[in-house]
Design a protein around this ligand. Structure first.
Ligand code: NDP
Ligand code: NHF
Length: 447
C-alpha cells in the first residue's frame, strides 16, 4: 500500500506551504480553464455522494473530471462512471489527488472518518472543497478544516443542505426579524429510529471481501479490522466509534444548524451529557446534551442553554416549550426556540410554526425562498456569491456537535470548553478525545 501522503502529494503540499517558491494556494486555486469553468472530482460516488455529484454537476459551469470510490459496483462508482463517461476513474483518492492538476474543486462524500484526511489533502493542493456533514470525525479535525480553508483562501461548503431550504431560511429570517423577541432557551431533538445499528458489540471473525470492494482503502485512517459483510460498509458505519459519530453526529449538523444560524452561536463554554455507559466500539442509542453558550444579540441573557435529546420516540418536555399548545403534535425531529414573545418550532425539513398562533397570522408571515446548496458552492468557486455553510461556520457547528459525542463518554460530568485553546480545561481524560490516533502511513497533513 502506498503511504500517505505519497511523495508527489507531499512535494506539492510542501510547495503550497512555502511562500516564496511555486504557486501559493490562492493562485493555484485560481488556475481555471480559460472559459471559467469549474472542474471537479467526486470522492465517494455512492450513497449520498451520488446526489452530491449530481447536485453540483447540475451547474452548467461544472465539468466532472474525476470520480473515486473504493467500490466499483453499479450503486457506487458504476453509475457515476456511466453518467460521467469522460471522467477519470479511481479507487484510491490519494492517486486522484496526485493527478489533480486539472481539478479545481473536490466533493468529499465518504463516511465521516475520512472527511478531514481527504479534505485536508485537497486543501493543501489548493482545491476548493464541498464536504459532507458532520464536517469531521474529531474536534481537532474540525478546527484544522476551518484553519486550512482560511489559510489557503478556499471556497468551502459543508453539505448540511437543509440550511438552504425555504423552511430553515424562513425560520432564521423570523428570528432575525424579532418575531419571538430575544430567545430564552432552545430544545433540539432527533426522536427517529435510525436504520443503522447502535449499541452493539463488535462481531468476531471475518467474511470474504467482495471483489468490487477495496476494504483496505475503505479503512483509510482507521484502525485495521477484519471485513464483516453489511456491518460497516456501506451505510452502517454510522453506529461505530471508529467510523461514525452516532445519532448526535449524524443529525446534529442538520438540526442544530438553524439554531446556530438564527442565534449566531459559535462555541459552547460548557456541557453535560446524560447517557448510558458506552460499549467499547459502538455509539449509544440515547443521549441528552445540555450545552451552555455565551449569549448573543438574539438571546435574552448573557448565557443560553441549548438541550439536545436523541432516543427513538423521545420528545423534549412539553412544559419547557413556552407557548406551544398541548394540541400541537411536535415533529419527530426539530427544534423549539422559546422567546420573549412566542415559541418557534423548526421541524427538521418542514416549514416553521409560531405560537401562540393567534399572535402570528400565517398570511402576514414572510416566507423566504430556498436556494441551491450545491450549485451555490460551484458558483462561489467561480467568484459568484458566497457559500453559507463555509468551514468558518461549519467548523464551530461541528465542534459543538462532536463535543457532545465526547460528553457521551463521560456522562453526568460537566466539561468546561475553552474554544480558543481547543481544550476541555477541567477534564484530562475527556481532553484526550479531542483528537485520535491515525493508522500508520495514513497520518493527515495538518496546518
Ligand atoms: N446531507 C445529507 O442529507 C446526508 C449526508 N450523508 C453523509 O454523507 C456521507 C456518506 O454517507 P453515505 O452515503 O450514507 O455512506 P455510504 O457508506 O452509503 O456511501 C459512501 C460512499 O463513499 C464510498 N467510499 C467510502 N470510503 C471511500 C474512500 N476512502 N474513497 C472513496 N470512496 C469511498 C462508499 O463506498 P462503499 O459503499 O463501498 O463503502 C460509498 O460509495 C456521510 O458523511 C454522511 O454523514 C449521508 C446521507 C444524507
Ligand atoms: O439527512 C440524513 C438522512 O439520514 C441519514 C442516515 O441517518 C443521515 O446521515 C443524513 O444526514
Amino acid at each position: 500500500m502506498a503511504s500517505f501522503p505519497t511523495r508527489r502529494l507531499f512535494l506539492k503540499s510542501a510547495a503550497m506551504a512555502g511562500t516564496a517558491i511555486g504557486l501559493n494556494a490562492l493562485s493555484y486555486s485560481r488556475v481555471y480553464g480559460a472559459n471559467r469553468r469549474l472542474r471537479i472530482a467526486s470522492i465517494g460516488t455512492g450513497g449520498k455522494g451520488w446526489s452530491d455529484l449530481n447536485g453540483v454537476a447540475a451547474s452548467p459551469a461544472v465539468d466532472v473530471v474525476a470520480l473515486c470510490d473504493i467500490d466499483s459496483s453499479v450503486k457506487h462508482l458504476g453509475q457515476a462512471a456511466q453518467r460521467y463517461g469522460a471522467a477519470r476513474k479511481y479507487a484510491d483518492w490519494r492517486k486522484l489527488l496526485d493527478e489533480s492538476n486539472d481539478i479545481d474543486g473536490v466533493l468529499v462524500s465518504t463516511p465521516d472518518f475520512m472527511h478531514a484526511p481527504i479534505s485536508m489533502a485537497a486543501m493543501h493542493l489548493g482545491k476548493h472543497v464541498f464536504c459532507q456533514k458532520p464536517l469531521t470525525h474529531t474536534v481537532h479535525e474540525a478546527r484544522q478544516m476551518q484553519t486550512a480553508a482560511a489559510k489557503f483562501d478556499l471556497t468551502t461548503q459543508m453539505c448540511n443542505q437543509i440550511q438552504s431550504h425555504s423552511a430553515y431560511r424562513t425560520a432564521v429570517h423570523w428570528v432575525h426579524g424579532g418575531k419571538i423577541g430575544k430567545v430564552k432557551e432552545v430544545h433540539s431533538w432527533q426522536g427517529g429510529q435510525p436504520s443503522w445499528p447502535r449499541n452493539i458489540i463488535r462481531p468476531q471473525g471475518s467474511d470474504p471481501v467482495p471483489a468490487h470492494v477495496r476494504w483496505d482503502l475503505w479503512q483509510g485512517v482507521a484502525p485495521e479490522r477484519p471485513f464483516k459483510l453489511d456491518m460497516y460498509h456501506a451505510f452502517n458505519w454510522r453506529g461505530w466509534q471508529a467510523y461514525g459519530t452516532g445519532q448526535l453526529g449524524d443529525f446534529g449538523c442538520h438540526i442544530l444548524d438553524p439554531v446556530f444560524k438564527s442565534l449566531k452561536l459559535t462555541s459552547p463554554t460548557k456541557l453535560t451529557v446524560q447517557a448510558p455507559a458506552l460499549l467499547p466500539d459502538s455509539w449509544t442509542d440515547r443521549s441528552t446534551v445540555h450545552y451552555e453558550f455565551p449569549g448573543t444579540k438574539y438571546t435574552l441573557d448573557s448565557t443560553l442553554m441549548v438541550t439536545w435529546y436523541d432516543a427513538a420516540g423521545v420528545l423534549p418536555p412539553r412544559e419547557k416549550l413556552g407557548d406551544i399548545p398541548a394540541s400541537y403534535d411536535l415533529p419527530s425531529a426539530g427544534s423549539v426556540l422559546v422567546g420573549e414573545k412566542g415559541s418557534l418550532v423548526i421541524p427538521h425539513v418542514a416549514m416553521p410554526r409560531l405560537f401562540p398562533e393567534e399572535k402570528f397570522p400565517t398570511d402576514e408571515l414572510p416566507v423566504i425562498e430556498g436556494v441551491d446548496h450545491y450549485t451555490q458552492w460551484a458558483d462561489a468557486c467561480l467568484g459568484n456569491g458566497k457559500t453559507t455553510s463555509h468551514f468558518d461556520y461549519a467548523g464551530p457547528l461541528t465542534e459543538t456537535v462532536l463535543l457532545g459525542t465526547i460528553g457521551i463518554r463521560f456522562p453526568d460530568q460537566e466539561l468546561i470548553w475553552d474554544a480558543p485553546s481547543l481544550k476541555i480545561t477541567n477534564h484530562a481524560e475527556a481532553q484526550k478525545w479531542i483528537t485520535k490516533p491515525y493508522r500508520k502511513g495514513w497520518e493527515p497533513s495538518w496546518v
